[in-house]
Structure formats: C-alpha cells, structure tokens
Design a protein around this ligand. Structure first.
Ligand code: GTP
Ligand code: SPV
Ligand code: MN
Length: 584
C-alpha cells in the first residue's frame, strides 16, 4: 500500500470508471506470487509445468487473434498531430480519452483490479522512473514481477511524488476490433484495452520504457532506445560495452548473450549481458555516453532458441519462467521450433489442440516467448544493477536484409552514423501482426516505439552527439544476407563475436579499414574466419557493395526521407554525400 495521495486519487478514479469488484494492491512478496499463481492455475488462466524439470515455471496461451504487438492499433494521443509526425498513428487526446473511456466503462465488473507499482531502472539509480499499472490480468502481474522491480520497493522509491507513469490495462473482451494501445505523453498516461499479449499489456516495456520515455528523453536531454547492452571482456579482463539496435526479432537477445567461438573462449574472451531489449542513455560526467537497462527480465523470442544458438537464454528460462504460446509436451515441459532435434511425437500446440509433426503446422506460435528473470542468466553482467550503468564504446545498427547491406561497416562520424540509423531497413518479423519478410525502413529500430515526431527524434540524436565529448563510434551490421538458395551466408550467433572484435579494434585504433562510399569497410583479412565454414571469397562477398542494389537503395532512401517534413538538414546532407560517393 501507499499513502501517496496522487496514486490514491487516480486509482479511485480509474476504479470508478472500470468498476472492478475488488482492488488488490500488489506488494511484490513471495507470498503474493504464490497466492496469485495458485489462483491463476485454479481458473485455468495459467498451466503448471513439470516442477521437477522446470521449477517455478508456468505456461499461458493467449487468444489466437492476440499473439503480437498491434502497430496499426497503437496510437500517440496529443493535442497537436504534428507532435507525433509521419510514422505514428495519431488520435486527438480528448477524442481518445472519450473513445477508450466508453470501452473501459464497467469493463472490470466481476473482476479484480490489481495495482502494480514498479520501477524502470535499478532501485538505487537517480535516473530510474516509477510506473503504476492497473490491470485485471494476473498474467500481467506475474510478468511485470519478472520484467520490472515491482512492489513496495516502488512505493518507497516514489514516496509522495506525483511523478509516475499512469498505466491502465483491461482485457475487456480481447476484441481485436476494439483493441487500442494509446499513449498520452503530455499526461504521462498509457491506456491499453482488449489485448492480453506482451508488448501490448506489459506497460513498463514498450509503452513506458520506449514510447513515453523517448518523449521524456527529448525533454530532459537523454535517450530511450530499442537496444541491447553487452560487455565484451578480453583476455586481459578489460571490458568494453556495446549497444545494438536491431528491430524486433532480429537478434538482440542472441547477441546480448553471445558465447564466443571455442577458440576465443579458450583465450579468455567472454560476453556479459547488461540488457537484451531497451537502453536508457545519458551523458556521463566523463563526457561519455552511459547505458542503463531499465528492465529486470527478458521477454525473449522462443522459436530458434537452442543450446546451439543461445544456451544462455535457454539456461535462463529453466526456472521461475512464464512461457507464452509455446508448445506443451506430455511430460509437462515445453518445446518450440528450432529448440532441438527431439521433435515431440505428439504434443499440445499453442492453440491448445493435439499436435503431431505430420500435421505440418507450427507447434509454437512464431512470436511465442519466455519471460525470465535477468538474474538467472548465466552471463548477467555485474553492472546490471549499477545505478550509473555502463560506458558505451560502440553503437551498432542492424537489421534483416537478404541483400544490399554488407556484413559490417563503420560510419564516418556521429552525424553520418545518425543518417545510417535513420535510413535503416529490415524485413518485418512475427513480433508484430501483419506481413512477415517485407523490407521496411525502421529508423534506429524505433519505428514502432518512438513516441514523438521522428524528424525531431533525428534532431535529438544530432543534438546529443554534440553533447557527448567522447561519443561511441557507430556501426551497421547485417547477419542475414542470403545466397541463391535463400540460405543465410554468415554463420551468425556465436560467430558474430568475430565482427564485434573488428568493431572494438576500430574503436581502439588497432586496425585500418577501407573507405567505401557508404562507410569504412573491413579489410577482409581483418575478420577472422578460421573455424567457420565460410571461405575468404565468401567473406569478401559479404563485405561487398553491389552497385545495382545500392542504386535502388538510394532511390528508396529518398522516398523514405521525403516523408519527414522535419528532416534535419544534416541528414539530407549526409544522404546527398553518400549518393555522390556512389557516383549517383
Ligand atoms: P525482440 O525481443 O522482438 O525485440 O527481438 P530480438 O531482437 O531480441 O531477437 P532475438 O535475439 O530473440 O532473435 C530473433 C530470431 O532471430 C530468433 O529466431 C533467432 O534464432 C534469430 N537470430 C538471432 N541471431 C541470429 C543470427 O546471428 N543469425 C541468424 N541467422 N539468426 C539469428
Ligand atoms: C518486440 O516486439 O520488440 C519485443 C516484444 O521486444 S514485445 O514486448 O511484445 O514488444
Ligand atoms: Mn524488442
């Protein structure tokens, strides 16, 4: 409980609107977790997994129409449309309150409203921020318990302040036609209704830590980014930190938990995970950029996660984990496509139906996920809870591109790096509803998450660059180039370490590079491919810039940039320079 008058008044107002039968104030205790878990198991909302093999693990299925973020139903609601820019859906603020208010009216009758206080960021950090989420879903409470620092710890942090993000979530009827994820950055408010899935309802994550936080960052002089944070330790036990922005389901969790190829592991190289999805970035007193992971857990993509691709993720979710929309095996454990070769002969699929491999359907939903505590991760960084975070040496942008983008290149400088991020493109994935595999521009991997006008966002990046005396160097990577048979050429996963080493060598002034029209490209002999199954010519191909595809690329970038009425002139100039470099 809290005596905070602002919280109490707001909870009362929201309860007046939604009319729950009762209100439960979440404290974050073990006893509370057990009580709520038991209740969810008794109603069938959650299913208990094999407690010998997966202690503390439970299972949940969402409705078939509710399995991913819904970008077309996600809105930024402000007074003026121009504040949200060309990439966001806009709704007039009062119109949105009225529309959703009508949907919320009485929607919690017969249900319980849970009041979840939580902190985004370490409890010891002055940069951390408090949110309160009201929800009628135990699933949400149990997930928020893993994903954030939740419970009384947050009331203690907030004290009597009115400075908290007000989140209201109601499952209502999970009606996709009335599903809305609305953000009111002018009012520090988030309203979500008619979904029970992940990013739509765990309001601390994308809604607060990215959309609202990006707006706050603009006003307060910091940045909220869709980035992993990792520490790379060398044999001398020196650790340098890298952040990377890849769009949803494009490899952040995997890179953040990378296990180096055997040879490097033996030499003493190691990767430490600070975060796998979101970074809050500030300029430190030392003139460097510092990164904090505001989250406390991982909401990771299950399919493709295996002991081969990402052992650290698999080991993290062996206890105290919530599995959503994966496949349930007869022994009460879970399975998903790409987990191992032991495809179950029969199982229950993510829809709850009997499943056999012969059926040819997916056993796990392609965007099925695990929610696991970060502290269970075998490679969690000892800086995970550091109030100041970690200093960033390199920043990486990247996406899924079957063609065009080379394996890695370095931007000429910060301003050029901002242009590289602003023109980033990637194939869409199952993390959002809609077509999969379609190339779209996704600036800084923030297209679905920037809470304001993206023209202003680009300007904010440029302005931040001026405030950082020792800015990180900016790179672009692409693990996903394919060959004529549509197979990935680069081995990826642990072998991505080979590219990270080149990146750090560049930052540390240890290696030369080739100045190409689009940025600095590695001399192929500077990327170690010993122990991989690719040869030198293949590597050369991966680093090549195909003029025909870049002609197309530049044309498409032009169309993309033309959308921004508020495009900073520096970005336009960088574009023109690259175009000229390419002889176009
Ligand atoms: P969000 O949580 O949606 O923001 O995604 P993420 O960026 O953390 O993606 P994640 O690391 O979970 O990867 C998603 C998918 O990409 C998984 O199926 C991975 O197996 C696959 N993947 C990750 N890294 C690589 C890689 O280096 N190469 C290839 N080919 N696939 C990869
Ligand atoms: C993403 O889609 O980028 C995610 C998963 O990290 S969700 O929390 O559902 O947004
Ligand atoms: Mn994400």
């Amino acid at each position: 409980m809290t005596e905070n008058i602002y919280v109490k008044q707001w909870v009362e107002q929201m309860a007046d609107l939604t009319k729950p039968d009762s209100i439960v104030w979440i404290d974050g205790s073990e006893e509370e977790k057990e009580r709520l878990t038991k209740e969810a198991l008794s109603t069938g909302e959650m299913i208990e997994l094999n407690q010998d093999l997966l202690p503390g693990c439970i299972y949940h299925r969402t409705k078939e129409n509710d399995v991913a973020r819904v970008e077309h139903r996600t809105f930024i609601c402000t007074e003026k449309k121009e504040d949200v820019g060309p990439t966001n859906n806009w709704m007039d603020k009062s119109a949105a309150y009225a529309k959703l208010g009508a949907l919320y009216a009485g929607c919690m009758k017969g249900r319980t409203m849970y009041v979840i206080p939580y902190i985004m960021g370490p409890a010891s950090s002055e940069f951390s921020k408090v949110g309160v989420e009201l929800t009628d879903s135990i699933y949400v409470v149990l997930n928020m318990r893993i994903m954030t620092r939740m419970g009384n710890i947050a009331w203690n942090f907030l004290e009597n302040s009115a400075d908290f993000i007000k989140g209201l979530h109601a499952k209502a009827d999970i009606d996709p036609e009335n599903r809305y994820i609305c953000h009111f950055p002018e009012d520090n408010t988030i309203w979500s209704i008619n979904s029970g899935y992940g990013g739509n309802v765990l309001l601390g994550k994308k809604c607060f830590a990215l959309r609202i936080a990006s707006w706050l960052g603009l006003k307060e002089g910091w940045m909220a980014e869709h980035m992993l944070i990792l520490g790379l330790e060398n044999p001398k036990h020196e650790i340098q930190y890298i952040t990377a922005a890849f769009p949803s389901a494009c490899g952040k969790t995997n890179l953040a938990m990378l296990i180096p190829p055997e040879k490097y592991e033996k030499m003493g190289y190691k990767v430490w995970t600070v975060g796998d999805d979101i970074a809050w970035l500030r300029v430190g007193k030392d003139g460097r950029l510092w990164a904090v992971n505001p989250e406390a857990g991982f909401f990771g993509v299950a399919p493709g996660t295996s002991m081969k691709s990402n052992p650290n993720a698999l080991l993290t979710c062996q206890k105290d984990t919530i599995f959503t929309n994966v496949c349930l095996k007869p022994d009460g454990t879970v399975w998903w496509e790409g987990m191992d070769k032991n495809v179950p002969e029969h199982a229950i699929d993510w829809k709850g139906n009997p499943w056999t491999p012969e059926m040819g359907t997916k056993a796990a939903q392609p965007n099925s996920r695990f929610t696991a505590p970060a502290k269970h991760c075998p490679c969690i960084s000892d800086k995970f809870d550091d109030p100041n975070g970690v200093p960033v040496t390199a920043m990486i942008f990247g996406g899924r591109r079957a063609k065009v983008a080379p394996l890695v290149y370095q931007s000429f400088d910060w301003e050029h790096g901002v242009y590289v991020g602003a023109t980033m493109a990637s194939e869409t994935t199952a993390a959002a509803t809609g077509a999969v595999g379609v190339v779209r521009r996704d600036p800084m991997a923030m297209l679905p998450f920037c809470g304001y006008n993206m023209g202003d966002y680009f300007q904010h990046w440029l302005d931040m660059g001026k405030k950082i005396a020792n800015p990180p160097m900016i790179f672009n990577v692409n693990w996903f180039r394919t060959d004529a048979n549509d197979h990935f050429i680069w081995p990826g996963f642990g072998d991505n370490m080979r590219v990270l080493l080149w990146i750090l060598d560049r930052c540390n002034g240890k290696v030369d590079a080739v100045k190409s029209p689009i940025g600095y490209i590695p001399n192929p002999e500077d990327i170690d491919i010993e122990g991989t199954d690719i040869d030198f010519d293949t590597l050369k191909g991966l680093l090549s810039i195909d003029m025909d595809s870049w002609k197309e690329e530049i044309k498409d970038q032009e169309t993309h940039l033309a959308k921004f009425e508020k495009l900073p002139k520096e970005i336009r100039a960088q574009y023109e320079a690259v175009k000229k470099n390419l002889g176009l």
